[in-house]
Ligand binder design. Sequence first.
Ligand SMILES: [Zn+2]
Length: 237
Amino acid sequence: MGISEDSFVYALSSNQAWAGYKAHQNPDFFPRLATGQSPEILWLGCSDSRCPETVILGLQPGDVFVHRNIANIISPTDINTSAVIEYAIDQLRVKHVVLCGHSACGGAAAALSDQRIGGVLDTWLTPLKAIRNANKDELMAIRDEKARIVRLAELNVEAGIKVLMANMTIQEAIRDRGLQVHSTLFDIGSGRIRDLGFGTAKGGAKRGSSATNGTDVVRGNHGMLVFRSDGASMHVQ
Ligand SMILES: [Zn+2]
């Protein structure tokens, strides 16, 4: 990879190569993409460069509507998160909301430390620090620092799901059309996403959903994503 000093120049030339490859592979790809979007997944994740949702899901442009912020914190008063949720659910009518934390999250590591970061970051991470404080005994009992960060990331997703499940837009969509809310964690070391089991997946809130046996399938252009009550998996076609 030629990413170094001229990383922007490299990125632009990489884009040219990618666009050429995609158009060659399927001449209809971009013209069709330009006609509009109808993604079935809303992804709420971390800004971390190692967690690009569409890439790690093996999906394509047009498949996932996205909001990412530092440490995937779901704050009910954050107008940015709220606007994305409202648009995705009310206008795009996505079928799945996926909240995804990840291993080695710098935000979780910072929240576990008592160091002041400075600027607006300490304020942003306050909800995560509150989760840390509320679970201090459990977290401090974990000797391995990496495992402690993963555990805080899990607790953060659990807390975020509680906020999502209390959101009126989400509540109405669950009730009226079987919207599913999923809690997941991305393990950077293996590239795998696992289901944490919070949200609608195990809550039986599947009224009106097209799901059968707790399984739901989202088809992309080159693969499909299967959500089950015991986890999610990706199948490449
Ligand atoms: Zn992160």
